[in-house]
Design a protein around this ligand. Sequence first.
Ligand SMILES: Cc1cc2nc3c(=O)[nH]c(=O)nc-3n(C[C@H](O)[C@H](O)[C@H](O)COP(=O)(O)OP(=O)(O)OC[C@H]3O[C@@H](n4cnc5c(N)ncnc54)[C@H](O)[C@@H]3O)c2cc1C
Length: 430
Amino acid sequence: MTLRPGGPVVVVGGGPAGAATAWALARDGEEVVVLDRARFPRDKPCSEYMSPQASRLLADMGALAAVEAAGAASLAGMIVRAPSGARIRGEFAANHGFRGFRDRGLALRRRRLDPLLLDAARRAGARVEEGVRVTGVETDGAGRVTGVRTLDDRGAERVRRAGLVVGADGLRSVVARRLGLAGRLPWPRRIAFVAHYAGVAGVGDLGEMHVDGDGYCGIASVGNGETNVAVVVPARAARHAAGDPGAFLDAWIAHRPHLAPRFAGAERVSRARATGPFAARARRAWAPGAALVGDAADFFDPFTGEGIYAALRGGELLAPYARAALAAGGAAAGGALREYDRARRREFGGKWAVERLIGAAVAFPPLMNHAARVLSRRRDMADLLVGVTGDFVPAREVLRAGFLLKLLVPPRAPRLPSVEAAAEPLSAEP
Ligand SMILES: Cc1cc2nc3c(=O)[nH]c(=O)nc-3n(C[C@H](O)[C@H](O)[C@H](O)COP(=O)(O)OP(=O)(O)OC[C@H]3O[C@@H](n4cnc5c(N)ncnc54)[C@H](O)[C@@H]3O)c2cc1C
């Protein structure tokens, strides 16, 4: 283990981004301390789906077998219902010539997943301290980050020195805010309501997204007989929640004739949680002596369910640049962290563009209805799009003029009967 004169790498936050960063750095011999304000296991509002490519990272971390053994659901693809009722079905295993690390995605409750990821970081040699909240960052006279201030859940305050501080502390990152890096995107302003149910009818091995004029609802098995249900609505609509997210969630579902019958025999088995608004992007993902990763660096909208992959991949991406920064030390370290920021843009830039296109379609029902009309007849295009959200088809495949044009101009080909038939069990509509 490399003991740095400036102190260990302090990773703030032990979610997927923090665990992956800590794992990668500790595996390479760095002294790493992870601080999380929570005590694990804990729930986190999330739809809890992981793309096929996330399995590659889980496998590298030595956590894939444990995630599967914990009862993770296996998902073959996605089905999206537009406000018009038209359905798009896309599967990960398809004929487009791209293959993921696995042909299926996984879904597991975060109270089960996150401790397994932290265990992987511990096995690699990282120290994990739970119940420790970071309240601020320490800087030297030149503005370089030298450590963090903490408050533990017994009320003890401390200053901890760090060779590098990694802000992996999620959407409302204290590290990003204290360093003046946090940035909010003006749009979309959405709030999510998430809970687990038992006994939802018709839940299969496809993740479901039901888009409506006033928001959307994600439904997917997370294994162990539980179904994750997330309703995401514009912030103005969420004002009616009035402190009772469970009632809001139940009422939203009860008002959808295509969903309500499936919940007739269902029971909510976890506390409903609300979170948002979430559209945020740090001005940059580094400052002298510090780097941001995962949601702390950027987050758009949960529709495409890519945050966990981006968090894990972000940690893997950061590690070599962090090591270079530690080796360079002082002012020279900034060069390596600046390179990390550029690498993030190269890695995620295309996905950010696709997310924004999908986000626009979700916000404007006529656009969504049109896209659904086209994609319900073009299974090849739907598979390609689902492959991009599955993180194994390059984003450029769907950003090409040819693909976008086909999406805008309705095809003349007849509707494929198999698409409709496969979608039938999802809806109680006539
Ligand atoms: C409604 C919703 C649905 C989603 N669905 C999906 C999905 O299906 N699939 C998907 O891949 N992604 C999904 N996401 C996104 C995903 O949840 C995040 O992108 C992912 O959790 C990011 O991981 P992270 O490690 O960056 O942050 P987090 O998972 O938020 O972890 C941050 C950690 O930092 C800790 N922390 C925070 N502040 C401090 C502090 N001051 N001091 C110490 N510790 C601190 C927290 O306790 C937490 O453990 C969804 C998000 C939402 C809101």
